[in-house]
Design a protein around this ligand. Sequence first.
Ligand code: WT7
Length: 650
Amino acid sequence: MSETLANLLQETRRFPPPADLAAAANVTADAYDSAAEDRLAFWARQAGRLDWSTEWDQILDWSNPPFAKWFVGGKLNVAYNCLDRHVAAGHGDRVAIHWEGEPGDTRTITYADLLAMTSQAANALTDLGVTAGDRVAIYLPMIPEAAVAMLACARIGATHSVVFGGFSADALTNRIQDASAKVVITADGGFRRGKPSALKPTVDEAVAKCPTIERVLVVRRTGQDVAWSDRDVWWHEAVETASTEHTAEAFDAEHPLFILYTSGTTAKPKGILHTTGGYLTQAAYTHHAVFDLKPESDVYWCTADIGWVTGHSYIVYGPLANGATQLMYEGTPDTPHKGRFWELVQKHKVTILYTAPTLIRTMMKWGDDIPRGHDLSSLRLLGSVGEPINPEAWIWYRENIGRGECPVVDTWWQTETGAIMISPLPGVTSTKPGSAMRPLPGISADVVDDQAQSVPDGGGGFLVLREPWPSMLRTIWGDDQRFVDTYWSRFEGLYFAGDGAKKDDDGDLWLLGRVDDVMLVSGHNISTTEVESALVSHPSVAEAAVVGATDPTTGQAIVAFTIPRGSVDTEGSAGEALIAELREHVSKTLGPIAKPRQILLVPELPKTRSGKIMRRLLRDVAENRSLGDVTTLQDSSVMDLISSGMRSGK
Ligand code: WT7
């Protein structure tokens, strides 16, 4: 990678763990050594945090790579591990979920309640004809029934496929068809931005094209009118009347737990398959280690949606396996006002917050006054996930949300990895803003060059994983060949993550974004993340997205789409002056080679619903092409705004 990358790494600030946290940390530095000594024994010890009805006879079967089997011969039930065993241990009265609806309605659900609800749903699904091995699609808003539906599937061995509630009928159709799902669990609608937003009509449209669907189970959430057919069953009639007794059956460690389709900024979505024992082991261990969860005293909040892997591993399976008390919120961060998140942190005395850089930058844009108006003193640990977090946002998060005291854990992982792979340990690591630091104990990540050679400290290249890990994807549903081609063919014997990365002089890791987001400018590799980071380090910039556009002289040229901070004047010549200043700023920060050919000041950026910038669309704009597929965009009107700005030369 380019020599200019060194500039990103001029970040020299260090933040050691707070002494009290370090002294009482769940995981200490010796975990690295013990895992390095015997990786498989280390994971077997972590599997021991779960209740197994049959012990495994082999920790890892890697005789047919890249198809892994973990804890071979072992049997367990995931829902039993998330619910029954906590109730049996006397924690039935502990709150599992403090739920907050967007309109202000609330529910408090204990572990005993959640077990009863899940048992009812398991009985109802069985009555609807669902048996172990069947696939169930879940298309729900962020209501407790979403977690109940997932756990009920796990309890009876049905494989769930959660589809994000913001996806279109086409996206839902494709996912149902690919998995041949038998049942869909949905709701009449959910609340978003102060209004009921319908889900059932989308399901009706999708199901019309999905002959495998036998039943549609519908939660009443908003009370809006819904069309009804013989296939449809109300949740309150089928589930809430069912018996609260249900005996969980143990399933094989490699039984398929869920399929989750990667949101796909590019090709056909891939059905990522996760299984039972290894997945739950690593979800639970990493939640315990990275968030330092103390189940008796912490209130944990992960702001993700259940439709993403973060919601699977760090709202449902990891936290519940660990007996956590958590907050779950249905709506958007600015409804009814921009302080909603901080109001919720204050109300529930949230101690651990896990959110995404895109949200942190949005909060920065809204201004420091908003969090300042709330009591955030309960917070003790902050997490970030989803994309590289630029040092400015990292520092803002620590200062403005974490009082300058809370450790920030930047966690790198993917839908495919199932659980966190690279992250600081909050009681051990002296963090660097913008770096995910080191692979967790038991994980072997590395950075290699295009010849698959490990790069020395100070070098950059491709992020790979050298050894199988318990929560790794097992395949792409129905397409073993694509699994091999996508992840295991670029470098012999290594898992190719698709991310660029750099090792700094201490050997700590800096993630640089997807490798398809690297630009080639006059023969230099420049990462989009690096230029974006330089832009947002300027006080007038709130957010930036950078793409490489075809250029007759330089091969590719850098085009930057930049959102100015709220207070900045961008009218007429002030806008021109700002653009000139920003080009100069990037040139000074990264070197003249990284100076953008063009900077556009825009009001918004096109993002997928999971918050990833759709560079493909920006590239279309930058190269004056008509726009490609915009169906996975969160807000498609954004592109009109951006394109019209481009035409008027702003
Ligand atoms: C891709 C995976 C994992 C849950 C949410 C996203 C990027 C994720 C980080 C991070 C830099 C990150 C990578 C990765 N990514 N976390 N901490 N630092 N990049 O899951 O949709 O499967 O996306 O998100 O590019 O490959 P996903």
